[in-house]
Design a protein around this ligand. Structure first.
Ligand code: ATP
Ligand code: MG
Length: 411
């Protein structure tokens, strides 16, 4: 990517109503654009990072047998009336509207009802089960308060997987597999050490659900964490009974602020009952399908990473989610020509700062604000020794590499 050809620009200030660091930096660095409170556009840099986060999640969901689809956001009310969730008192975040042709519809806040209804066309026998399907999709929630930039918005990206099993046992085996996959995802996203499986309120079919909570000062949840065991309790179910149930000890629990990045849930027969999703077992007996749902919010995750990994100069992305790996600045005539050549060799890895109207100091500051993992300087001076200078955004360490060494790192 050549900065001279990109429409986005960095700015010195962020909107006054943005309190969190992540929102300020993401706006200033040109990752996102604010339409209104809780509603953001993803600009080219922001889209790349969001896509990288989604791809890591996708790989891990595919690895446990997930099949990807994409459902519509438009929701007919009938499916939701069947489960009792069309009522605004039951689901208080609905965006609803009317069809010109007559009738009401809602913009999907989640997809249990429509996916259950869809599966009625495909599941009829034990031979059709289990089914594991997931999607990346825009969800709409009329949140009373938007908060912390892209961490709580009214339109956001969700990865939602739904499992359809013959029995509770089959369900539980997959549930644990998915929990393991979640740990791998958060490790790969660079927040694994601060993300904990957290017991939260369940439903009729399980005492608890499992949230994945990342320690974060602007997080909206309070959790009680046993660091040694690596598990936590959400304050909503924090009481003597839960502590005892989980074999934990009050004295070793730390109270922490955290952001919910994922949530897995045993749904049981809640929706298969309401929408009558059944299968014939091996004896030909009609049985209800046992369900689970598994969410992650990639856009909230992006906000959490930005929040946790930043300094007074800007963002600091882990390499695997950075929009580009290298930020190259050419200085002097030969330096600029070589910088362009390196960019053209691997445009997917490189931001080339070839802006004619920016000074070198401004270019360096923007590289830091954008949080690009490595800043590379190619000048007439480094080229005299056939070298480039490379600076690590995390460690601040500067090294000289030969052109051959650097080129071999480019994909
Ligand atoms: P919260 O308690 O934070 O409102 P939730 O429990 O209602 O979230 P789920 O229905 O479990 O959220 O959604 C799955 C995931 O989607 C969450 O773990 C979170 O990562 C993400 N998410 C939920 N609401 C929002 C939102 N308003 N903005 C951005 N991401 C969200
Ligand atoms: Mg949740």
């Amino acid at each position: 990517m050549k900065l001279s050809q990109s429409f986005t620009k960095t700015t010195k200030t962020a909107p006054a109503d943005e309190a969190s660091n992540s929102a300020k930096y993401l706006l200033r660095a040109g990752y996102i654009y604010k339409e209104m409170a809780g509603v953001y556009d993803y600009l080219p840099l922001g889209m790349r990072t969001l896509d990288k986060i989604m791809n890591i999640i996708r790989e891990e969901m595919n690895a446990i047998g997930g099949e990807e689809l994409r459902m519509t956001s438009i929701q007919p009310k009938e499916a939701w009336e069947a489960s009792g969730r069309w009522d605004d008192k039951v689901m208080d975040v609905w965006f609803k509207t009317k069809l010109n042709a007559g009738g009401e519809l809602g913009l999907g806040p989640t997809h249990e009802e429509p996916i259950t209804r869809l599966m009625k066309s495909y599941i009829s026998s034990y031979k059709d089960l289990p089914v594991y399907v997931y999607q990346f999709q825009t969800k709409f929630r009329n949140e009373l308060r938007a908060k912390s930039g892209i961490m709580r918005t009214r339109e956001f990206m969700m990865k939602d997987l739904y499992s359809f099993s013959k029995t509770r046992e089959e369900h539980e085996a997959f549930y644990e597999k998915c929990a393991d996959a979640y740990h791998r995802i958060f490790d790969r996203l660079g927040i694994g050490n601060d993300t904990f499986r957290t017991f939260a309120s369940g439903g009729a079919f399980s005492k608890f659900s499992d949230e994945f909570q990342t320690l974060c000062d602007v997080g909206e949840d309070i959790i009680y964490l046993d660091r040694k065991k690596g598990i936590a309790i959400n304050e909503e179910v924090y009481n003597d009974e839960t502590i005892k149930d989980l074999g934990l000890n009050k004295d070793s629990l730390e109270q922490c602020k955290a952001a919910e990045v994922g949530n897995i849930f045993t749904l049981g027969y809640r929706f298969s009952d309401a929408l009558d999703l059944c299968f014939n077992d091996e004896e030909g007996k009609r049985q209800k399908v046992f369900m689970g749902s598994y969410g992650i919010g990639p856009s909230r995750v992006m906000g959490v990473i930005a929040e946790k990994m930043s300094d007074d100069k800007g963002l600091i992305w882990p390499v695997d989610v950075a929009p580009y790996k290298y930020y190259i600045v050419g200085i002097g005539e030969a330096g600029e020509a070589k910088a362009e050549e390196l960019h053209n060799f691997a445009p997917e890895d490189v931001i080339l700062d070839d802006r004619k109207n920016a000074r070198t100091g401004e270019k360096f500051a923007d590289a830091e604000l954008m949080g690009i993992p490595y800043r590379v300087v190619v000048s007439d001076k480094t080229l005299a020794n056939n070298q480039v200078e490379i600076k690590n955004r995390i460690t601040n360490e500067t090294k000289l590499l030969t052109l051959e060494e650097f080129t071999s790192k480019l994909s």
